[in-house]
Write a protein that binds this ligand. Structure first.
Ligand code: SF4
Length: 444
């Protein structure tokens, strides 16, 4: 009998830094590499080449990226760099002359070609290496779905448009097909991401494509509705409060889309928002939040804010605190303004001293912690749906998230006596207790 011994496939190590959008890029690259016959290596030692997907959004992220490249060079030596910092190939090469290749964000073909050069693939016609839904770096039961690349805005503190270019929207039918495959492979929650979800389709004039028996426009509302019909939880991230956001609220009332909006307000003072050159800078946003909540009382709003933007006075900051008190947002993240090389705000006059930034940051966080604690207290005694993320065999407990919690950035729901549950289950839970961020309960 002839026995064919298959050659061992080359192995790729991956270090993925940065935001969920970068994670989706990493997933695409790894999916392509798996299709080309590569294996993944969980450690540096077993890798024939290490791919570092970098983030270049803030100077601190760049420093972290450079550190990761340095570690990969020291531990393995054969390193390909990609991602946002790839735009600064000179900086990377000056510091690490031994890197094999540097490619920029979304240069999927280039990065795959660089890996092929570094560790040539072994053809393997016997095995279909890639699952239908592609290769995922998140757990099987939730998936990020990137609907567009780039951004048409030019916020004064941001260099994303110069790194990633103007808005380029994906076809809605392609997004929906991807969502269908993910659900067929076990995804229970689709997290819609982009730089500006509300702007989806502007670049392709909201064109319609055939879908099922009808058609679907490249528009946030149409896409959200069709995604909602697929049966998984649909969570919308990076939604700017353009007027048409009002149209997704009825989809939440119908239960097609999760009653959750992640809106990066960044500030409330009209003066600071103007200086930041923020899109959808709407003075009536508080009234709109009230209207949305009247239609969907369980609506959760998450947002992030920058404190200490150049020119932010004590009066502007107090305006923000009053606004937050009024808006009663459910989840608030705050950042101290960080000067990023290449961003217009970096060279603006009236930079705010670090100690003032720190003090303002602490005040925003204290206020949002109080509001969050009070809002979560009101959920004690209620019964809610929980998507299980992890189970602890030893304690018999489980950790999951409610419709109000996005993975990694929001709170969790901790369940006791949850034996028999597994990740991806959606169960009813009775809430018994709460703290600043999390809920505690028992399967109902
Ligand atoms: S909307 Fe503003 S902050 Fe967001 S990616 Fe575009 S330019 Fe940057």
């Amino acid at each position: 009998m002839n026995v064919t011994t298959l050659p061992k496939p080359p192995r790729v190590g991956l270090v993925s830094l940065g935001c969920p959008k970068a994670l989706v890029d990493s997933e695409r690259i790894m999916t392509k590499l798996r299709a080309d016959g590569y294996d993944m290596s969980p450690d540096y030692a077993g890798a024939d080449v290490v791919l570092v997907n970098t983030c270049g959004f803030l100077d601190s992220a760049k420093a972290e990226s450079l550190e990761a490249i340095g570690e990969a060079i020291a531990e393995n030596g054969r390193v390909v760099v990609t991602g946002c910092m790839g735009k600064e190939a000179d900086v990377i090469r000056a510091r690490f002359p031994d890197v094999l290749a540097v490619t920029g964000p979304q240069q999927y073909e280039e990065v795959v070609a660089a890996v092929h050069d570094a560790a040539p693939p072994v053809p393997s016609p016997f095995i279909d290496l890639v699952p239908e839904a592609g290769l995922k770096l998140t757990p099987r039961h939730y998936s990020y779905v990137k609907i567009s690349e780039g951004c048409n805005h030019r916020c004064a503190f941001c260099i994303i448009p110069s790194l990633r270019g103007d808005l380029v929207s994906r076809r809605p039918d392609a997004i929906l097909r991807e969502a269908e495959k993910l659900i067929a492979a076990g995804t229970k929650e689709l997290l819609v991401i982009s730089q500006d979800t509300s702007a989806y389709g502007v670049d392709i004039r909201h064109r319609a494509w055939p879908w099922k028996e009808g058609e679907v426009r490249a528009h946030m509302t149409d896409l959200a509705r069709e995604m909602g019909k697929l049966g998984a939880w649909v969570r919308l991230h990076y939604v700017y409060p353009y007027p048409h956001v009002n149209d997704v609220i009825p989809l939440m009332a119908e239960g097609l889309v999760l009653p959750y909006l992640d809106i990066p307000f960044q500030h409330a003072s009209p003066k600071v928002l103007r200086a930041m050159r923020r899109p959808a800078n709407d003075a009536k946003v508080l009234q709109r939040i009230r209207d949305w909540r009247a239609q969907v009382p369980e609506l959760t709003i998450r947002s992030s804010f920058v404190v200490g933007f150049p020119g932010e006075t004590e009066e502007d900051f107090d305006y923000l605190l009053d606004w937050l008190e009024e808006a009663q947002l459910d989840r608030v993240g705050a950042f101290k303004f960080e000067a990023v090389e290449g961003a217009p705000a970096t060279s603006m006059d009236q930079q705010v001293p670090e100690d003032v930034k720190r003090e303002r940051y602490e005040r925003v966080m204290a206020l949002s912690a109080r509001i969050s604690t009070e809002k979560l207290e009101r959920k004690v005694g209620s019964t809610i749906d929980v998507l299980i993320d992890a189970v602890d065999e030893e304690t018999g407990g489980a950790t999951g998230r409610s419709k109000a919690d996005a993975p990694e950035i929001d709170g969790e729901v901790h369940l006791r006596d949850a034996g028999g549950l597994k990740p991806g289950d959606i169960v009813k839970a009775k809430i018994e207790d709460s703290d600043e961020h999390d809920l505690f309960g028992v399967p109902a």
